[in-house]
Design a protein around this ligand. Structure first.
Ligand code: FAD
Length: 122
């Protein structure tokens, strides 16, 4: 049985590990430790060790689009807001693209074009 005083160890202080630690501590868990192979956080071994990242909502499946839309709202909160810059982006392909690429774009567009938050901005 895990209680708010339980000792929780997270292996890996990358995107998931840090996020898990943040939300656990916000939820009241008081003894959370992150172990990482790197000497410092953010670990240079993390795939998230970068100057910038893109968050987008168009995915082939509705589940990911919904999740991404929730994440984008999270990026607008006071903690993350200073690091979130809504710039927009362009996704293109050519008329000679393989059918797989065209189908992907069509499905990605379909996954967001009815979303009330995005429909007017596509
Ligand atoms: C070039 C590139 C660009 C990307 N661009 C985007 C983007 O624009 N938008 C986006 O949403 N996602 C992007 N991603 C994906 C995103 O970075 C990853 O999905 C995310 O970092 C995964 O998080 P994670 O916690 O699973 O792994 P990581 O962030 O890689 O964290 C893993 C952690 O585990 C540690 N570790 C490894 N082995 C051990 C061990 N044996 N013991 C202890 N610790 C260990 C590492 O040091 C690291 O800190 C990109 C990825 C790459 C590589």
């Amino acid at each position: 049985m895990v209680s708010s005083e339980s000792r929780i160890i997270i292996i890996g202080g990358g995107a998931w590990g840090l996020s898990t630690a943040l939300y656990l501590t916000e939820a009241g868990y008081s003894d959370v430790t992150i172990l990482d192979r790197a000497e410092a956080i953010l670990s240079p071994y993390s795939a998230a060790y970068d100057l910038n990242k893109i968050v987008r909502a168009e995915y082939e499946g509705g589940f990911y689009s919904k999740l991404a839309l929730e994440a984008i709202e999270g990026w607008k909160t006071p903690l993350f807001g200073p690091y979130h810059h809504q710039t927009g982006h362009v996704i293109v392909t050519t008329g000679r693209a393989p059918e797989k690429a065209v189908t992907y774009l069509e499905r990605a567009l379909a996954s967001i074009e009815k979303d009330p938050a995005l429909a007017q901005r596509i």
